[in-house]
Design a protein around this ligand. Structure first.
Ligand code: GLN
Length: 198
């Protein structure tokens, strides 16, 4: 049976995720209201505006039922704004959203404005891509704190010569600061499908 992946479709880069889900042969489903949560095997929270998506989550009555499903183990992947929504702390303060459940702290827009968007190409990522892969950052958050048991998944080099974690995972939670739905191929979507949803 095909697995069904929901995409939170309140605001932001929804269409691109839906296309990737289709491209890898899984079933896609747009999630706008609580009844849309029925029958999904995993959910993607897209990039967009964290404040706007967070507000609509509550207005549409999705926040509490989604929180419950995440606590019960529903695989979830947040890209950019989606990752911010899942973080326990945003800009040094507790995330008040019911779905702020992942033990990471993020700083919004930490790499600058829209014009400071950048693409980082890395040679390969174990388990995800054996080919060079381009990571697209658009007003991306920085992962400033990772809980002890949160696993770093992807790192990039910083201009200062350091290393910086830009994707992390813990149990049913996956968070990427960048936008795999805007790049070529389906490597990250396949990773979510095969390692989280199974
Ligand atoms: N800067 C946005 C925010 O804080 C996130 C940007 C994105 O998702 N591309 O909500």
């Amino acid at each position: 049976m095909k697995k069904t992946i929901g995409v939170l479709a309140l605001q932001g880069g929804v269409a691109e995720h839906l296309q990737k889900i289709e491209a890898m042969g899984a079933q896609k489903k747009e999630v706008r209201f609580p009844s849309d949560l029925e029958g999904i095997d995993g959910i993607i929270l897209p990039g967009g505006e964290t404040t706007c998506i967070g507000k609509l989550l509550i207005e549409n009555g999705l926040a509490e039922p989604l929180r419950k499903m995440l606590e019960e183990g529903l695989p979830v992947w947040g890209t950019c704004a989606g990752a911010i929504l899942l973080a326990k702390e945003i800009d040094g303060k507790k995330n008040n959203s019911p779905i702020g459940l992942m033990d990471i702290g993020v700083k919004r827009n930490a790499y600058g404005k829209q014009l400071d968007s950048f693409i980082e190409t890395i040679p390969s990522i174990p388990l995800i891509s054996s080919q060079p892969i381009s990571l697209i950052f658009i007003r991306a958050p920085r992962f400033v704190r990772l809980g002890k048991t949160v696993e770093p998944l992807v790192e990039i080099s910083t201009a200062q010569g350091g290393r910086e974690i830009v994707a992390a995972q813990k149990n049913n939670f996956l968070a990427t600061a960048f936008h795999p739905e805007l790049g070529n191929g389906t490597a990250f979507h396949e990773y979510f499908l095969h390692h989280f949803i199974r």
